[in-house]
Design a protein around this ligand. Structure first.
Ligand SMILES: [Zn+2]
Length: 317
């Protein structure tokens, strides 16, 4: 397949060792401990509720529950909520197989970005596995339209993303175009934080949401300006939407091979696209990115990724 991008590893990967995170759920406000555990090749990303007899919920589209302000998974009535930032970190770094143990119903929000996950995973390293990674290679256009919102996937090389948002001031219209295969997820996307409008706070609290929200876990906007410090990127808002998109599209079960275009979309549109794609079996195929015969399955080789460059926060500290 000449011309194929050569940036991604050919083999599946897991993490080199266990990692633990503690924090609170953004919406539930519940304390939660989350542990990432290496998993065998072919097992995918599987959540495990350690507080419920290790009940397992695979991170796949058929388990998508409700998606309004966060993406949640549910299987047989058991919920795991706000999965998108962690899944984004895993897909962004090329972690194919991992068990995510949580002792409560929501993934911790941490600083509102994927950076804490990415930082810890890059520090411990990735481990190559003996199975070739299969991608979901897009064969034909699949689109979801809703009013002036739009999202679509198209055949193409790499994992190209073109995201446009349009919010009230001070955000306005922002566009981000990049390729996950060629780009530096850890530096360009992972640090971008979620954001919320102060005016929406009473409504969200009435809905039983954002009980765990603080100024430390989101960009807070009020009165037409950011209220809690400097942005990490001038266009941090659209970068966070790209972060969410990568996390939500992870629910296709594998990394995409194609081009994604989104305008004013959100979790509901992202997951609707996953479900439409999964239903239309003629729209994609499973494909390995490299097929060179000399690349036979290797013994497990530790892959120590290059440490990411330091994040250039705009905050003057
Ligand atoms: Zn988010």
């Amino acid at each position: 397949m000449p011309g194929t991008a050569q940036h991604a590893p050919q083999f599946e990967q897991t993490i080199a060792s266990d990692l633990q995170f503690g924090g609170v759920g953004l919406h539930s406000g519940s304390e939660v401990t989350l542990r990432l555990v290496p998993a065998p090749a072919g097992s995918g990303i599987v959540f495990r509720r350690t507080d419920l007899d290790n009940f397992e919920i695979p991170a796949v589209g058929r388990n998508v529950a409700k998606v309004s302000y966060a993406t949640s998974l549910m299987r047989q009535g058991v919920l795991i909520s706000t999965t998108e930032h962690l899944l984004s970190a895993l897909i962004g770094l090329g972690v194919d197989n991992v068990i995510v143990e949580v002792d409560n119903l929501e993934v911790p929000i941490l600083d509102g970005s994927a950076h804490p996950y990415v930082d810890a995973i890059l520090n411990t390293g990735l481990k190559g596995q003996r199975r070739k990674r299969e991608y979901i290679r897009i064969l034909k256009d699949v689109e979801v339209h809703e009013g002036n919102k739009f999202i679509g996937v198209y055949p193409g090389e790499g994992y190209a993303i073109d995201y446009t948002i349009d919010f009230p001031a001070p955000i306005g219209r922002e566009v981000f175009v990049g390729d996950l295969e060629a780009g530096d997820y850890a530096r360009l996307i992972a640090p971008a934080r979620t954001f919320g409008f102060r005016e929406d706070e009473p409504m969200l609290r009435d809905m039983g949401l954002i009980r765990g929200a603080t100024d430390q876990c989101a960009i807070i906007i009020g009165g037409g300006q950011v209220q809690n410090g400097d942005l990490r990127f001038p266009d941090e808002f659209v970068r966070h939407k790209v972060l969410d998109l990568i996390g939500d599209l992870a629910l296709a079960g594998r990394r995409l091979w194609g081009r994604v275009v989104a305008e004013r979309a959100g979790h509901a549109m992202h997951t609707a696209l996953v479900q439409r794609l999964m239903r239309d079996r003629s729209a994609w195929e499973l494909a390995c990115r490299y097929d060179q015969p000399h690349e036979e399955a290797r013994t497990d080789v530790p892959l120590q990724p290059t440490a990411p460059p330091p994040i250039e926060f705009t905050a003057g500290t």
